[in-house]
Design a protein around this ligand. Structure first.
Ligand SMILES: Nc1ncnc2c1ncn2[C@@H]1O[C@H](COP(=O)(O)OP(=O)(O)OP(=O)(O)O)[C@@H](O)[C@H]1O
Ligand SMILES: [Mg+2]
Length: 234
């Protein structure tokens, strides 16, 4: 479904990614894990059209997304929940959600999708008229995911959805991601929370210093001793 081939890129003359290739199959949950500064956000931002690659290609269902602007990538069905959530703090929950449904195909289904998002996150229905900036971190992350769902993605890119959240909230968010996947949405999730991400995903890629150093079945990587030493503090 998603084929990312040989991406190199960076900022100015500083290279952040070297020849990175990642696939996501239809209906899959795939995770990209790695330490701070490895290049994970740069990579998903390139897929979403938020950052331009130096070389390589992004193909989604046979369509070349490589040079498309973010709004066009979103229209093709690939939607990002960016690192740090990027909500409009002064707007209400509903207004933030509606921003996700701005493209015509999504707007046509706005009411149904809104109901669906509220069924996934009942707390957002309760808080619909509150300013997003007044919500807890977990609730803000729910708004960020909800806003992405309003665009009716076929592939959801999640950049560290667990960042800064208490463990019990992380559990809720991961459970919701699993439920969203079960409705048929493919997922590429970037995480520093390596164990949880590997438990959620079917396949995983490990990014270090801009390069993929390992990839394979998530369950196998979870058992891998060298990864356990490097990442799980075992
Ligand atoms: N806007 C920017 N300008 C210059 N350098 C940047 C910029 N954004 C990221 N970098 C650099 O690019 C490299 C990769 O950063 P990136 O944010 O992609 O890593 P990451 O894996 O997402 O890290 P984290 O887990 O901390 O979010 C780092 O060396 C970082 O300092
Ligand atoms: Mg990042």
């Amino acid at each position: 479904m998603l084929e990312v081939e040989g991406i190199s890129g960076g900022y100015g003359s500083a290279q952040a990614l070297r020849d990175v290739s990642v696939d996501v199959g239809d209906g899959e949950i795939v995770t990209l894990v790695g330490p701070t500064g490895a290049g994970k956000s740069t990579f998903v931002n390139i897929i979403a059209g938020l950052h331009r690659a130096w070389s390589g290609s992004v193909t989604f269902d046979g369509q070349d997304l490589t040079a498309l602007r973010p709004a066009r990538v979103c229209q093709q069905g690939v939607v990002i929940v960016p690192e740090g959530r990027r909500l409009f703090a002064d707007l209400t929950v509903t207004d933030n959600l509606d921003i996700g449904a701005y493209h015509p195909a999504a707007r046509a289904h706005r009411d149904d999708t809104y109901e669906w998002v509220c069924s996934i996150f009942p707390i957002l229905a309760e808080r619909r008229n509150q300013r997003a900036g007044n919500l807890s971190g977990g609730e803000q992350q729910m708004v960020a995911i909800g806003r992405a769902l309003m665009a009716r993605p076929r592939l959801l890119l999640l950049d560290e959805p667990s960042l800064g959240l208490a463990p019990v909230i992380v559990e809720t968010i991961f459970e919701v991601i699993r439920n969203i996947n079960e409705t048929g949405t493919s997922i590429l999730i970037v995480e520093q929370n390596v164990v949880e991400a590997l438990e959620l995903a079917s396949r995983a890629y490990v990014l270090e210093d801009g390069r993929i150093v390992r990839h394979g079945d998530a369950s196998e990587l979870l058992e891998d001793e060298s990864l356990q030493k490097a990442y799980f503090g075992m």
